[in-house]
Each structure stands twice: as structure tokens, then as C-alpha cells.
Ligand binder design. Structure first.
Ligand code: ADP
Length: 494
């Protein structure tokens, strides 16, 4: 045993392979890549590096399963598989949470907390598996002619996920596929491929037939691009940056495959002077500091009503200084490292840009390098005051624990400024005035509006973007429609 194999039962020192057609295979090229612990820089495992040839093999396996055994599964049988998988995820949640923490850095308190969400999603999709149905529609044609619709699985789904929540991101893609009868080729993010691979093992245990779920780790420009362009993939479900989302849409043109996109954001979080500030201070703080700001719907543009601006922003900065930054494996840790050296460079780059643009850091502002933190990619929670709308830190997605705090004076002004972004994923409003709350709920151009809370999520409630934050919805019954075709059937009966 060496130190790495002591960390986790899944880390056995052997290279991790691709999961294709129910088998564990090496990449056709024989290549592997390393995956690291971002808290320490240690290599956790070598992982087979899939590319276009492996994507071909996986798509062929997914197609064979789709037209073969999986198509014979009745809804209740797919439901049973999903329920078994939910039980397995629940039974193994500590192990899965630890793997997420090791591979992408999030605090164990957060990844363990995913239990309800991960298991709840699988049980929600299980429920939906037997609730899908078409409609009988009265038509107005002369004579006797009946019309009704069938809902049919779209087919082979290419799922491309990011690294910021591997367990839940994987379930968010394979759950609706299993419920609707689709098959999946999942490409995990190169930064955090381990949990999706472990989940593939649990899929086998749950009775998912070979080829229904395939997992092909590899890089975006090779494996990801091959999946997005593949002529035998019927739909791509993508979560990641808007730049990649645009290239996925371009790649989809070859066979006009369906695409759903959950992309980035620069979400406004609006605090009125009448809000309950004792709730709003930690609420606005954690709207950005949770997962070290690596959440696409983080409320990074903090608009604060001018009369409380200095007090409120000061209190958020004080709150940020109380948060414990460290290795995610420590149960006391509240803010873990950023996922990679690349992400560290990006976030610290924005810290410099913010200062150069004239924003004033009230907390954080520099990479942490004391003691053991020097080996990892740690940036403390940072609050920039005196931010103007035209600064880059107020416009561009940083994907780090950085709040850009901006003053405003009235409601119409903050609606216009809040919406003045190319993105539209999340948004927050803190107020005790129900009239203001309703007005903002309608006026904000974003897929989610959280009032007196932030980042509430539930498997039954749809989530997704407006504008450059993408299209399509995940969670809710709308999610299942993304994986279904509607067929109209006409039968002349006279
Ligand atoms: P992030 O900046 O959050 O890493 P990306 O959009 O780069 O977001 O990555 C999200 C996912 O998209 C990852 O799995 C990555 O490998 C994949 N990806 C990156 N580039 C491409 C591409 N050109 N085509 C398909 N997938 C890609």
C-alpha cells in the first residue's frame, strides 16, 4: 500500500479504464492521463484517455443497446433499475462524496450533503419512468380519423459534463436517459473523471444492461468534440462554458442532432435595504463562496442598495473572513481549493484585473500559500467593493470565490443593470417587500430567481438558462421532454 491507495478503495494504483459496452477497456491509442487532487497536487490515478476511435466504439455499443435489449425494457423495469441505482448511491454516498472531494476539491461537508440531491434525482427519474405518456387529440378533419401522440426516446445521447460536481452532474445526465429509454455515452471532464467511472460500476450492480451507459474519459478537444460531431449520436446534453457550448452547436450541424446546453452565468444578486440582513449576509456570501465559486449560477454581481452598501458589503467581507479554507477532506473546511492550476491562474488573473480596474478588495484578493496550502490551488473568499458595471470583473465569468459588489439606487435601475449581461442563468433578490419580490421575479431575464434564498434546487423543479446561459431544462418534467421525440399517429377508421 502506498499513500494514494490508502486514500480511497477506488484508488487501487491501477490505471482506470474506459467503460464501453459493459466492458472495461484501454483506450485504442493506449494513452492515459493523470488526474490530480487539487488540494495537494498529488496524482490520484492514471486514466485511459479516450479519443475519436473510442467514442466510435462507445457510440456503436450505445446504438446496439438502444435498438437491442434496452428497447425491450418496460417502463416499470427501467424504473426498477433506477430505484436500485438510487439505493446503491445512497449506500455508497460517503465513498462517492470522498471521491468527488479528492478529485475536484469541494469540501466533504458539501459533497456528503449531495446525498439528498443525488439520490432524490434518481428516485424522481424512477418515478417519471412510468409516468411518461402521449396524448389523444381531437382533430377537426371530416370523417373518422383518430389522432394521438407517442413519446419515444431520442436514441443515443452524448453527455458532456464539467468537473464542478461530478456525482450530481453524471446523475443529471444518465437519470433522464434511463427513465426515457435512451442510451448514453458520457464524457466526464478531464479534471475529475473518477466519480463517473465509479458510478459506472454501480450501474452494472443496478442491472443497467451493457451499452446503455458508457463512460469515456478524455479531453474536450478530442473525445468531447468527437462525441458532439458524431453522426450516430441523436442528442448532446452539455454542461460547461458558453464557448464550448457554441462549438457543440456548430458540431451538431452535421446531423442536426438535438442539443441541450447548461452554460455559464454572471448572475445578479440584488439586496434591498428592507431585507433581513442577518439572512442576506451569509446568503449573498455563500451564493458565491460555495464550491469556491465554481457554480455556473453563482450570484457574483452583488447589487446592494446604496443606503446600506457600505455596511452590507463590509458585513459580507467580515463573513467571508470567518470561512475556513483548506483541504476538502477536513470536515471543518468550508471552502476548498480551485480545481486546477489552470483555474487558479484564471481566478488570480481576475484578482489582478479587479485591482487594476480600481475595485477595492475588502477581503481575500490573493492566492493562499501558507504551509500545506502552498501545494494546492487555494484562493480565499474575496469581496471587491466599488465595482462598476463596465469593469471586466462585473461582466466576465470568473468561476472563483469572488464577489463584485455594486451599488444601486432604485428598482427600475437595478432591473435594467441586472439584466445588462449576455447571460441569464440564476439571480437572487433579498427583500421583505412582497410587491418588489414579485416584480423582480417577472422582470429578471434568467432561468431561476431565488428570493430570500440562493441556489435552492430540487429534482422536480426545472433549471436552465436564458440567453447565453443556454437552452433546455434539467430537472422537472421538462427534463424528460429533452430526451423524448413526439410522434403523431393518425388512424382513419371509417
Ligand atoms: P470549463 O471551463 O468549466 O472546464 P468546458 O466547457 O471547457 O468548461 O468543459 C466542460 C466539458 O466540455 C468538459 O468535459 C470538457 O472536456 C468538454 N469540452 C471542452 N471542449 C470541448 C469541445 N470542443 N467539444 C466538446 N466537449 C468539449
Amino acid at each position: 500500500m502506498n499513500a494514494i491507495t490508502d486514500l480511497h478503495p477506488f484508488l487501487d494504483g491501477k490505471p482506470k479504464r474506459l467503460f464501453i459496452g459493459g466492458k472495461w477497456l484501454e483506450a485504442a491509442s493506449g494513452k492515459t492521463f493523470e488526474t490530480h487532487n487539487p488540494a495537494t497536487g498529488e496524482v490520484l490515478a492514471q486514466v485511459a484517455e479516450g479519443d475519436a476511435e473510442d467514442i466510435d466504439r462507445a457510440v456503436a455499443a450505445a446504438r446496439a443497446a438502444f435498438t437491442g435489449p434496452w428497447s425491450k425494457f418496460k417502463p416499470a423495469q427501467r424504473q426498477a433499475v433506477l430505484l436500485k441505482l438510487a439505493d446503491l448511491v445512497e449506500a455508497h454516498i460517503d465513498e462517492l462524496a470522498t471521491l468527488d472531494t479528492l478529485d475536484m476539491g469541494a469540501p466533504i461537508s458539501r459533497t456528503r450533503n449531495n446525498r439528498q440531491r443525488a439520490v432524490g434525482m434518481l428516485r424522481f427519474y424512477a418515478g417519471m419512468a412510468t409516468a411518461l405518456h402521449g396524448e389523444t387529440i381531437d382533430n377537426s378533419l371530416p370523417g373518422e380519423i383518430v389522432s394521438f401522440t407517442l413519446k419515444e426516446p431520442v436514441g443515443v445521447v452524448g453527455a458532456i459534463i464539467p468537473w464542478n460536481g461530478p456525482l450530481t452532474a453524471t446523475i443529471w445526465k444518465i437519470g433522464p436517459a434511463l427513465a426515457t429509454g435512451c442510451t448514453v455515452v458520457l464524457k466526464p471532464a478531464e479534471e475529475a473523471p473518477l466519480t463517473p467511472l465509479r458510478l459506472a460500476e454501480l450501474c452494472v450492480e443496478a442491472g443497467v444492461p451493457p451499452g446503455v451507459v458508457n463512460v469515456v474519459p478524455g479531453f474536450g478537444e478530442t473525445a468531447g468534440a468527437a462525441l458532439a460531431a458524431h453522426p450516430d449520436v441523436d442528442k448532446v446534453a452539455f454542461t460547461g462554458s458558453h464557448f464550448t457550448g457554441q462549438s457543440i452547436v456548430r458540431a451538431s450541424a452535421g446531423n442536426l442532432k438535438r442539443v441541450s446546453l447548461e452554460l455559464g452565468g454572471k448572475s445578479p444578486d440584488i439586496v434591498f435595504a428592507d431585507a433581513d440582513l442577518t439572512q442576506a449576509v451569509p446568503g449573498a456570501g455563500m451564493a458565491v463562496f460555495a464550491n469556491s465559486g465554481q457554480i455556473c449560477s453563482a450570484g457574483t454581481r452583488l447589487f446592494v442598495e446604496k443606503k446600506i452598501y457600505d455596511e452590507f458589503v463590509g458585513r459580507v467581507a467580515d463573513f467571508s473572513k470567518t470561512l475556513r479554507v483548506g483541504d476538502g477532506r477536513d470536515p471543518e473546511t468550508q471552502v476548498g481549493p480551485l480545481v486546477s492550476q489552470e483555474q487558479l491562474s484564471r481566478v488570480t488573473g481576475y484578482l489582478s484585473i479587479g485591482r487594476q480596474e480600481g475595485a477595492r478588495p475588502l477581503s481575500g484578493g490573493e492566492r493562499l500559500t501558507e504551509g500545506a496550502l502552498a501545494k494546492g490551488y487555494f484562493v480565499p473568499p474575496t469581496v471587491f467593493a466599488d465595482v462598476r458595471d463596465d469593469m471586466r470583473i462585473a461582466q466576465e465569468e470568473i468561476f472563483g470565490p469572488v464577489i463584485s459588489a455594486i451599488p444601486f439606487t432604485d428598482i427600475e435601475e437595478v432591473i435594467a443593470r441586472g439584466n445588462n449581461t449576455t447571460f441569464g442563468l440564476g439571480s437572487g433578490v433579498w427583500t421583505r417587500d412582497v410587491g418588489k419580490a414579485h416584480k423582480l421575479a417577472r422582470a429578471i431575464k434568467a432561468g431561476s430567481v431565488w428570493i430570500n434564498c440562493y441556489q435552492a434546487m430540487d429534482p422536480a423543479v426545472p433549471f436552465g438558462g436564458y440567453k447565453m446561459s443556454g437552452y433546455g431544462r434539467e430537472s422537472g418534467i421538462q427534463h424528460l421532454d429533452e430526451y423524448l421525440n413526439v410522434k403523431s399517429v393518425w388512424i382513419k377508421t371509417d
